[in-house]
Design a protein around this ligand. Structure first.
Ligand SMILES: [Zn+2]
Length: 581
């Protein structure tokens, strides 16, 4: 269960020499006028600093035009065609959500992106500054990458460095994450491992980037491919940041906000699986509603009168609220309510990064969500439509570290259950009784297996075979897929069960949604890294149906970064997902 691969990942941002800074700033503004420093940022500089050109150049953005990124790529050192093709395919992985195309060309054609393989590690220049790097120099270095390097390393490294070329900075230098690092411990750690000076560690790890003046994701995302893994030993709270190994749902949405493809970034698809196993046609909710921007998280639960409730997070949209949480009801007659902004209702001062929902007693629907700081919040919508005040679960359950992924389902007697991960990949389980009291938090990773490190990236839960039983499915960053069943009687768990083996699904699962179906089944939809979407059922006696590729049944193509399931009436199950197709 342990993985021996080296998880350290260090990359440098290639800075231009001072004499090229002014030219790079002028070029950035010429390429995209929105790169110009905002007046409020210039005013923040002191009077002595203002005439200093170099200081001013730190304030401009380095984004490519909103109309898209179309760059040529050349290689130093004449690498084999197989290596070049693999690198290009990972660079173009950003194309699943964004208008981004990289095309190979000969060095003699003066390619805009120039890749070398010398032993100086991994690095890239940022965004439009690549146009100021002298033509005989590389803009990106992939030291040590060969055709024998594992695919997982290509995915993490090439996609990360390409993110820099698109203008993205390091996610761990956002204040929400950087402020969790202990400076003294970090300086000692990077000195011991990489022989870095204090200045180097401060510049690369510790110095928080002002989110207002930088090009990085809109909300802090510890799962971003642009985030460094940070060991527990250098964190103030002792909780590691596992970091992303691939373009995350929020990376995809952020790229789609900067470089949108026409008509693809607002899709919110809904479909129903009938109890006989047939599927109803997909409906794109952006046709009848107006989805304000790309969606990064989605969840749902059933209410009363056959209503189904959905919540979703728009990373950045026309309302201007980052990470805005929206609520929507599908009525039993198939019509949809208006969308309501829960961010406005609760006057949230932080963006929402993850969300889940569960059905409680008396038609109430329970919602748990995390803020950009990784704090867990909670609210309940009563069947009357009244929302209970938002509560702070982080304090109430004494949670340490950032909460990253979460999933909820209904348990016994009006109780609701939640499983969630902290940034170190550890799993936790919480139960809220119908009287509103929470039972003590369970360290689920430790309860399921004494030798399991966790490493969970995504979770879904569903009600199980007997009333009050619950089934949770967990996908890890290292391509393992597990499930465990919690029995109502005594709260016993079945341990860590290998779902990848049971389903013969060997690909890494990047998104999962689940819900209760007819005949005490638990149903799950799984999205694999190759973009396929699968549906499977756990039957009441505990066997699993071999997964059905949903893209054979429904016209789904392209990336599906997030999916949720909701138990409906008459054995129907609702699935809602986002797509950039
Ligand atoms: Zn980097």
């Amino acid at each position: 269960m342990c993985d021996s691969s080296d998880d350290s990942f260090i990359c440098y941002i290639k800075e231009l020499p001072p004499e090229l800074q002014a030219e790079a700033a002028a070029k950035a503004i010429e390429i995209n006028p929105e790169n110009a420093p905002q007046a409020r940022h210039v005013q923040q500089l002191s009077a002595q600093e203002q005439p200093n050109n170099l200081k001013l150049t730190l304030l401009y953005l380095k984004r490519w035009p909103k109309t898209g990124v179309n760059l040529t790529v050349g290689f130093f050192g004449d690498p084999p065609a197989e290596l070049r093709a693999r690198i290009l395919s990972h660079m173009n992985a950003w194309n699943v959500s964004a208008n981004v195309v990289f095309t190979e060309t000969e060095l003699t054609n003066n390619p805009q992106v120039r890749i070398s393989f010398d032993n100086s590690g991994y690095w890239s220049a940022i965004g439009t500054t690549i146009t100021s790097v002298p033509q005989d120099q590389a803009t990106m270095n992939l030291g040590g990458l060969t055709v024998d390097t594992p695919e997982s390393e290509f995915r993490r490294v090439v996609r990360h460095e390409t993110g820099h070329t698109l203008g993205f900075l390091h996610e761990h230098q956002r204040p929400e994450i950087a402020n969790r690092i202990d400076p003294d411990k970090a300086i000692a750690h990077y000195k011991a491992i990489y022989n870095w000076s204090e200045a180097m560690t401060r510049a690369t790890i510790l110095n928080a980037i002002n989110p207002d003046s930088a090009t990085q994701t809109i909300l802090a995302d510890p799962n971003s491919v642009m985030c460094y893994p940070l060991p527990a030993s250098i964190m103030k709270d002792g909780i590691a940041i596992e970091a992303g190994r691939d373009i995350s749902a929020s990376d995809m949405a952020f790229a789609a906000t900067l470089y949108p493809k026409p008509n693809t970034s607002r899709r919110l698809m809904h479909t129903i699986r009938n109890s006989d196993g047939s599927w109803q046609p997909m409906e794109d909710l952006n046709v009848s509603l107006y989805i304000p921007g790309p969606i990064t998280a989605i969840a749902g639960a059933s209410g009363d009168n056959g209503d189904t409730h959905f919540v979703f997070v728009v990373i950045w949209g026309d309302s201007g609220i980052p990470g805005e949480l929206w609520h929507l009801i599908r009525y039993a007659d198939g019509s949809w309510s208006q969308m309501d902004s829960l961010s406005r209702l609760f006057n949230l001062t932080s963006g929402v990064s993850a969300v889940t929902a569960a059905s409680g007693a008396n038609g109430a629907v329970h919602f748990a969500f995390t803020t950009s700081e990784g704090l867990l919040k909670y609210t309940v919508r009563e069947s009357s439509g009244r929302w209970q005040p938002m509560s702070d679960l982080h304090t109430e359950l004494n949670i340490h570290g950032m909460v990253v992924a979460l999933s909820g389902t209904n348990g016994a007697e009006g109780a609701v259950q939640f499983a969630f991960t902290t940034s170190d990949g550890k799993l936790w389980h919480a139960i809220r009784n119908s009287d509103g009291n929470w039972r003590p938090l369970l360290n689920l990773s430790a309860a399921l297996s004494p030798i399991w490190t966790g490493d969970v990236a995504t979770i879904a839960g569903a009600a199980g075979e007997y009333i009050g039983d619950t089934v949770f499915v967990f996908a890890t960053r290292r391509a393992r897929l597990w499930y465990s069943v919690r029995h109502r009687n005594g709260g016993k768990w079945t341990g860590l069960n290998d779902l990848g083996e049971a389903l013969n699904l060997k690909k890494r699962v990047v998104a999962v949604g689940g819900c209760e179906g007819a005949d005490r089944q638990s149903q799950f939809v799984l999205v694999t890294e190759d973009g396929h979407v699968w549906h499977t059922i756990r039957y009441f006696e505990g066997s699993w149906q071999q997964p059905v590729p949903l893209d054979w049944v429904l016209p789904i193509s392209g990336a599906v970064p997030t999916v949720a399931g909701v138990h409906g009436d008459n054995g129907e199950t609702h699935f809602i997902f986002t797509t950039y197709q």
